[in-house]
Design a protein around this ligand. Structure first.
Ligand code: NAP
Length: 282
């Protein structure tokens, strides 16, 4: 039976540590959270991010604007927030509403890279690529923290990342590479996925398809990290991995919920703290 990687407990530990570091600053870190439209899932994410901030002593300010707010007004708001010294980090909750004139790439580019606590700006993405970065890509950094906590060192290991999105798969592969893993990235055009995943000592799945990773696709004793968040037929949260069967074979496994989700949230706090420090608030 695999060791269950407890992301929830680790996130609580990180939060306590961040809280302590925030308390030692000269000024509170400040996070601006922009929510455009009324998508219920985005609302839940924004509320939980604000709750996390208040628990750690981070000031957060919400800008909830209607779906018809418009690209120009959104860019103006970001320009204003870029200038405000009490705001260290700016987060614009994605996706932006469909059916309006929003250009997400332009919005990400408008955020001052020094306040880009999601690490989505191409400047920060480039810095992640070269391994010299201030802002952690939240989900992949959370995965690395869990590996570290459980003594799973990627150096010299076969690492397979399933999914190649800009926010998870690609930066995840890069972080594993920086830690000297031998990394393969798989995606929807990868034939014989199981042949590749079976070679993995560390397998990270970030697809969004329930039961994509079955026990026969996993090497005995592997560390299996399930980033995905799907719903089963009863509306229950689940990942990409067939947890019941894979946990009999893997060495370590993350649950969904309680694995990558809480760690992703904590990395945003870590980035906001790092932003405040880089803005001279230490
Ligand atoms: P995304 O942008 O939709 O990317 C999904 C990736 O999966 C794509 O690269 C796609 O390949 C690949 N893919 C699709 N079907 C596949 C298949 N049959 N075999 C192999 N690869 C396949 O999603 P994302 O934003 O990276 O998120 C991935 C999952 O993680 C989602 O479930 C999301 O909800 C979850 N997530 C969780 C957290 C967290 O905090 N836990 C954070 C972010 C995301 P192509 O590129 O070829 O299309």
């Amino acid at each position: 039976m695999a060791i269950i990687i407890d992301g929830k407990a680790l996130a609580a530990k990180w939060k306590e540590n961040i809280k302590g570091q925030v308390a030692a600053l000269k000024q509170h870190p400040g996070l601006a959270v922009i929510l455009v439209g009324n998508d219920p899932a985005s609302r839940v994410y924004v509320t939980s991010k604000e709750k996390d901030c208040s628990e750690c002593g981070i000031y957060s300010e919400e800008f909830a604007v209607p779906a018809q707010f418009g690209q120009k007004a959104l860019l103006n708001l970001i320009a204003e927030l870029n200038q405000r010294p009490e705001i260290d980090g700016i987060l614009c909750q994605l996706p932006l509403p469909k059916g309006y004139d929003y250009d997400e790439q332009e919005v990400l580019l408008a955020i001052d890279p020094k306040k880009d606590v999601d690490a989505f700006h191409p400047y920060n993405v480039g810095r992640i690529m070269i391994g010299d970065y201030t802002y952690l890509p939240c989900t992949p950094a959370g995965v690395m923290a869990m590996l570290d906590e459980y003594g799973i060192d990627p150096a010299g290991k076969r690492c397979v990342v399933v999914g190649r999105s800009n926010i998870v798969g690609k930066p995840q592969a890069m972080l594993l590479l920086h830690r000297h893993g031998t990394v393969t990235i798989c995606h929807s055009r990868t034939p014989n996925l199981g042949e590749i995943t079976r070679e993995a000592d560390i397998l990270v799945s970030a697809v969004g398809r329930r039961n994509l990773i079955t026990a026969d696709m996993v090497k005995e004793g592997a560390a299996v990290i399930d980033v995905a968040m799907n719903r089963d037929e009863n509306g229950k949260l689940c990942g990409d991995v067939d947890f019941e069967a894979v946990s009999q074979k893997a060495g370590w496994i993350t649950p969904v919920p309680g694995g990558c989700g809480p760690m992703t949230r904590v990395m945003l706090l870590q980035n906001t703290l790092a932003a405040a420090v880089s803005h001279g608030k230490a």
